[in-house]
Write a protein that binds this ligand. Structure first.
Ligand code: NAD
Length: 258
């Protein structure tokens, strides 16, 4: 389905991005992992290469336009095309509005909204020339509904869904689809660390936080697994999904259905 496709994934040294990279590599795509963190990136690339997959690693800070341009130039030099761009890099900061540092707010927007804008801008001419492209922006249910304490994250994720729609419209006649993946709570170190903090503040353990705070919010009573998000990314990048564009695609165990 995605065999031989050239796939560039930002923020993919671990978590969801890496799992997406693994899934694409298993399906014989040519995967370029990238991240601001060099060491885990190299480790991930080495592990996958040892398994015989076609994987490269390029260090790239998505807050730096020149860095994104350099990464894209490098992969175009090697493969001559970019078929799938996955804007996945992300961070979190939780604070009430009045305590939310402006520089943190700006940083969240830079990583999760401006970064995807720049990467899309750079990839678009190649995708237009190929008359083929798939862009997946990792949004969140935070891009669809509000969450107290998450001004930066929520604004960035709502914004990236707007960007997704504009890019989908501009890419539609050129064989380019652009969609936003909107996961609910996924079982990743990022989410577990946040829940550990909550557990500590309540003097209970992580399992209790899951049972008492998180599961009651999720009709399926569970955290999503990274493999499920990766499978959705594969589907959206495949020919079967060529009619889906400009959409926030929600996978949240029923959270936003309530
Ligand atoms: P993660 O922390 O495991 O992965 C994020 C990656 O982004 C890290 O490897 C990090 O080093 C990288 N990164 C941070 N700043 C960067 C920068 N400036 N340039 C390049 N890379 C940078 O988190 P995750 O849970 O795997 O999240 C991946 C994406 O999925 C994020 O966009 C996140 O908002 C989104 N998401 C996650 C969940 C969840 O439950 N985990 C839910 C909804 C959406």
């Amino acid at each position: 389905m995605v065999e031989d496709k050239v796939v560039f994934i930002t923020g993919s040294a671990g978590g969801i991005g890496l799992e997406i990279g693994i899934r694409f590599a298993e399906q014989k795509a040519k995967v370029i992992l990238s991240d601001i963190k060099e060491e885990p990136l190299q480790e991930a690339v080495n592990n996958l290469k040892e398994k015989g997959y076609s994987v490269d690693g390029i260090k790239c800070d998505v807050t730096d336009e020149e860095d994104i341009q350099r990464a894209m130039d490098e992969l175009i030099d090697k493969y001559g095309r970019v078929d799938v761009l996955i804007n996945n890099a992300g961070i979190q900061h939780v604070a009430n509005l009045e305590d939310f540092p402006t520089e943190k707010y700006e940083l969240l927007l830079k990583i999760m909204l401006v970064g995807p804008f720049i990467a899309t801008k750079i990839a678009f001419p190649y995708m237009k020339k190929q008359n083929f492209g798939r862009i997946l922006n990792m949004a969140s249910i935070n891009g669809v509904i509000g969450f107290a304490g998450k001004a930066g994250y929520n604004s960035a994720k709502h914004g990236v869904i707007g960007l997704t729609k504009v890019a989908a419209l501009e890419g539609a006649e050129h064989g380019i689809t652009v969609n936003a993946i909107c996961p609910g709570y996924v079982d990743t170190p990022l989410v577990r660390n946040q829940l550990e903090d909550l557990a500590k503040s309540r003097g209970i353990d992580l399992e209790k936080v899951l049972e008492e705070v998180i599961y009651p919010l999720v009709p399926q009573n569970r955290l999503l697994q990274v493999e499920e998000i990766a499978d959705l990314a594969i589907f959206l990048a495949s020919d079967s999904a060529k009619g889906i564009t400009g959409q926030p695609v929600i996978m949240d165990g029923g959270y936003t259905a309530q």
